[in-house]
Design a protein around this ligand. Sequence first.
Ligand SMILES: [Ca+2]
Length: 471
Amino acid sequence: MLQCIVLVNTLVIVMKKLFLLLAAPLFISSNPYEKKKPKKDSLPNIIHIFADDLGYGDLGCFGATDIKTPNIDRLAKEGMKFTSFYSASSVCSPSRAGLLTGRYPQRMGINEVFFPESFTGMPPEEITIAEMLKQRSYATGVVGKWHLGHREQFLPLQQGFDSYFGIPYSNDMESVVYMRNNAVETFTVDQRYTTRTYTEEAIGFIDRNSERPFFLYLAHTMPHVPLYASERFKGTSERGLYGDVIQELDWSVGEVLKKLESEGLLENTLVIFSSDNGPWLVMEDHGGSAGPLREGKQYTFEGGMRVPTLAMWKGKIAPGTVAKALATQMDWFPTIASLTGTELPTDRPIDGKDIAPVLLGTGTRPDDSFLFFSGAELQGYRKGAWKVKKAYEGFEGNKWMKKVAPHDSLLIHLEKDIGEQHNLYRAQKEKAQALFSEMKNAHQKMGPLPESQVVLSADDVSHFTYLKSKK
Ligand SMILES: [Ca+2]
């Protein structure tokens, strides 16, 4: 049985490699000039800056008045602000799996977050944005939090990235270390300097790759708890340490933009800024704000999954535009394929949609629906302005998760009621039932989904069983 699984796994990896190999010459042969000499400005660079647990109400351009974020606000001013942008999940690992593969994380059984003791990770046969971009010889790097498994076979270098530096999981977990590529670089991490260190690493990556197309995934550890800001930023905001941390992240975005400007790359680089999920509200003032949205991280209310998102591409995205229609973190996968002329995998479903027409102002997203999963359970569905959410028994609350009151089945008109306060379920029951039935169909269409991956293995306590048996 085990041999069989190993064989199937090997076969899948071989097939994935074959896809990547076959896809590359396909494109090159249709454009031989690029093969000989890739023009510096022919392929866009892509930088995806990902904050951790940053809320919808934590940026100036999203209405925060007690945190100053001029550099991040510049992305909105000179680019596009997405006001209905969803993360694939309301927690870290599945959200990141969705971003990098363009697929609902449930397709990979990634329903919970990985821990330092996890022996599992995102399956190596998944195809990431980085692997896809290798068709066009992109330089690819990750700086920051990976959180898709830290055993060697799951690390970024085995998923299409040329380099990796960062804390491989959350910064509140045991064994916080900095890894470089496949190895631990240091066991002593002073988290006051994490944002600064990541920024220096990111600038170094741009510097090394300024002459060729690159993809940089800069996944900050902050503002996930425990919060740390360097001396320069401590006490600078009007929202305590949390605000200081965001202001340091804002400085970091400014440094990246400055570097692009000094290299003459700003007009050829798509800069994306977003968050992996909503604010961790149970952390009180050490968590962020969801602004007008209901609840936060770990929940399928808007506050858990609607994330502040910006995209700037000088000369390509019209300055100061606001995209109100639904879009998702999974969309970057097909969008980046479209913008770079790479082939999408055809052997698996891709859930994201190409939003290049939205960015370039030439069209709309070809779909306006979204599934709200909580772990393996499908809890809600959005179609256009409407959202339905299954009845919920409530949660008493603990130190990890906020207390949330029970609720009936919900029907919400999100364009009129962003805070999900007015339940129209009873008034428009037919509408709600039609949406619930669409939700069920969409779920069924996904086909059988794998079992949830085991994130914490059971302890071997046979020695205690033995000692007990002697008594
Ligand atoms: Ca997170």
